[in-house]
Design a protein around this ligand. Structure first.
Ligand SMILES: Cc1cc2nc3c(=O)[nH]c(=O)nc-3n(C[C@H](O)[C@H](O)[C@H](O)COP(=O)(O)OP(=O)(O)OC[C@H]3O[C@@H](n4cnc5c(N)ncnc54)[C@H](O)[C@@H]3O)c2cc1C
Length: 408
C-alpha cells in the first residue's frame, strides 16, 4: 500500500491499540485513523473491576500506550465519534455527524457492550453497569463505607466487583440466578471454592435467585427478588454478560454468526474489511472449531493477523485462549476452554486452602485448567494445551510430584 492509502479502524480499545502499530510494523505507509466513540485513548479495561475501582489506579495509568507513542507512529484519532454506516462499494464510512471518510482498508474493532437487564428500576441513581471509564467513575462516586451494595450476576465481573467493594468496607450481596456462581464457566468444585472464599470475606451470595425489580424514589433503595425477598441497596452493579457489537457490520452485509465471521487471517467476506477482538467469531485450529472470545489476549493477538492481512501478508491467528481474574488474594489464571469436559481432576486442597488447580479433561485428554495461585501449573497447562509438551494425566492430582514433572 502506498502513502496515499488510508486505513480506518472503527473502535479504539485493546484490538485497535495493537492493530494500528502492527500496521506500521507490517509496512503500512499511508494514513491510519482510529475512530472511537469513547473520550479516551485506548485503555486497559480489566482494571475497571479491579485496581481502578479501588482507586489504586487512575485513568491516566490505564492507558495502553501514551499519546506520544501514537504521535510518533503517525496514528491519528477521532475520539467521541461514532461510525453509523459503511458503504462497501464506495469504500466510505459515515459518522453520526453525517461526515463521510474514504478508506482503502477498514478494520472493525467494535468489541462488545453490556447485556441490559430487562426489569424495572435499572435507570435509578445508584444502579450501574461496568464497561468503560465513565461507568467506573460513576460507581466510585457511589462507594460508601458500610453502605449496602448488591451485585446482580455471579460471573467473573460480578465477583470481582463484589470483592473490590467488600474491601472498601461495603456490605455486599451477590444475586445469582443459577444454582451456583460461575456456573457457565467452571466446574461445580470451583464455583463452591469461590462461594466459600467470598463468604469467608463477608460477601453474602444468594444463588437460585432472580432480581425482578429495582425500587427507589430517585435513588435505588432495594432490589426485589423473585422469591419476594428485598435486599437493601445504596449501590447496584449489574454484570450479566456482554453482546458483540455486530450491527454496523450486519447492515453493511458482512457475514454474521454470533459475531462478525472472519477466517484465521481476520478477514471478513469483504476483501477490504478485517475484524478483530470481542466482536469476531473466528476459527481456532488448536480447538478445531469456531469461537468468540471476550479477552484481552484474544483482541491483541488477532489484531496482529488483521494488520498483516490489511498489508497483504498472511499471518494465521490460532492462539490458545487464556484468561485471568483477580478476587481478594486469589489470582485465577485459566488456560484453554473447558466446554464439553467429562472429568475434573483437582490438585491441591480446594476445600480448605486458597491454592489449587482444576484440570478439565475430555475423553482422557486435557482441554483446560483453572489455576488459583498456581503460576507454575498454569505455565505447564499452557504448554501442554498448545501441544508443546505431553502431560501425564495420572500424576495431575499428586502434590508430591513437582509441577515440572507433570509434563514430558
Ligand atoms: C470490567 C471488565 C473487566 C474485564 N476483565 C478482564 C480480564 O481480567 N481479563 C481479560 O482478558 N479480559 C477482561 N475483560 C474483557 C476485555 O476488556 C475485552 O475482551 C477487551 O476489552 C476487548 O477488546 P476489543 O478491542 O475487542 O473491544 P472493546 O474493548 O469492547 O472496545 C470496542 C470499542 O469500540 C467502540 N465502538 C463500537 N462501535 C463503534 C462505532 N460504530 N463507532 C465508534 N466506536 C465504536 C466501543 O464503544 C468500544 O470503545 C474485562 C472487561 C471489563 C468490562
Amino acid at each position: 500500500m502506498d502513502s496515499n492509502s488510508t486505513a480506518i479502524i472503527v473502535g479504539g480499545s485493546h484490538a485497535a491499540a495493537q492493530l494500528a502499530p502492527s500496521l506500521r510494523q507490517e509496512g503500512w505507509q499511508g494514513r491510519i485513523l482510529i475512530i472511537s466513540n469513547e473520550a479516551y485513548l485506548p485503555y486497559h479495561r480489566p482494571p475497571l473491576s479491579k485496581a481502578y475501582l479501588s482507586g489504586e489506579k487512575d485513568a491516566e495509568s490505564l492507558l495502553i500506550r501514551a499519546a506520544a507513542f501514537y504521535d510518533k507512529a503517525n496514528i491519528e484519532f477521532m475520539l467521541e465519534a461514532h461510525v453509523d454506516k459503511i458503504d462497501r462499494n464506495a469504500q466510505l464510512v459515515t459518522l453520526s455527524t453525517g461526515e463521510s471518510l474514504a478508506y482503502n482498508k477498514l478494520a472493525l474493532c467494535t468489541g462488545s457492550r453490556v447485556r441490559q437487564l430487562p426489569i424495572d428500576g435499572t435507570k435509578l441513581k445508584g444502579v450501574h453497569y461496568l464497561r468503560d471509564i465513565a461507568d467506573g467513575n460513576a460507581i466510585k462516586a457511589d462507594i460508601k463505607k458500610n453502605g449496602m451494595a448488591v451485585i446482580i450476576g455471579g460471573g467473573y465481573i460480578g465477583l470481582e466487583t463484589a470483592a473490590l467493594l467488600r474491601k472498601t468496607g461495603m456490605q455486599v450481596t451477590v444475586l445469582e440466578t443459577m444454582e451456583r456462581v460461575l456456573e457457565r464457566v467452571t466446574a461445580p468444585e470451583v464455583g463452591a471454592f469461590y462461594s466459600r472464599v467470598h463468604s469467608e470475606e463477608g460477601v453474602v451470595i444468594k444463588t437460585g435467585v432472580m432480581a425482578s425489580e429495582i425500587v427507589g424514589a430517585e435513588r435505588v433503595k432495594a432490589v426485589v427478588c423473585n422469591t419476594g425477598e428485598q435486599v437493601n441497596a445504596d449501590l447496584v452493579i449489574i454484570g450479566i454478560g456482554v453482546i458483540p457489537n455486530t450491527e454496523l457490520a450486519e447492515v453493511a452485509g458482512l457475514a454474521i454468526d454470533n459475531g462478525i465471521l472472519v477466517n484465521e487471517f481476520a478477514e471478513t467476506n469483504d476483501p477490504n474489511i478485517v475484524a478483530a477482538g470481542d466482536c469476531t467469531n473466528h476459527p481456532n485450529q488448536l480447538l478445531g472449531r469456531n469461537i468468540r472470545l471476550e479477552s484481552v489476549p484474544n483482541a491483541s493477538e488477532q489484531a496482529k493477523s488483521a494488520a498483516a492481512s490489511m498489508c497483504g501478508t498472511k499471518k494465521a491467528y490460532s492462539a490458545l485462549p487464556w484468561f485471568w481474574s483477580d478476587q481478594f488474594d486469589l489470582k485465577l489464571q485459566i488456560a484453554g476452554l473447558n466446554q464439553g469436559y467429562d472429568q475434573v481432576i483437582i490438585r491441591g486442597d480446594i476445600e480448605n486452602s486458597r491454592s489449587f488447580v482444576a484440570w478439565y479433561l475430555k475423553g482422557g485428554r486435557l482441554i483446560a485448567a483453572d489455576c488459583v495461585n498456581r503460576v507454575k501449573e498454569f505455565m505447564i497447562a499452557k504448554q501442554a494445551l498448545a501441544g508443546l509438551k505431553t502431560i501425564d494425566v495420572a500424576k495431575l492430582a499428586d502434590e508430591s510430584v513437582e509441577p515440572k514433572e507433570l509434563v514430558n
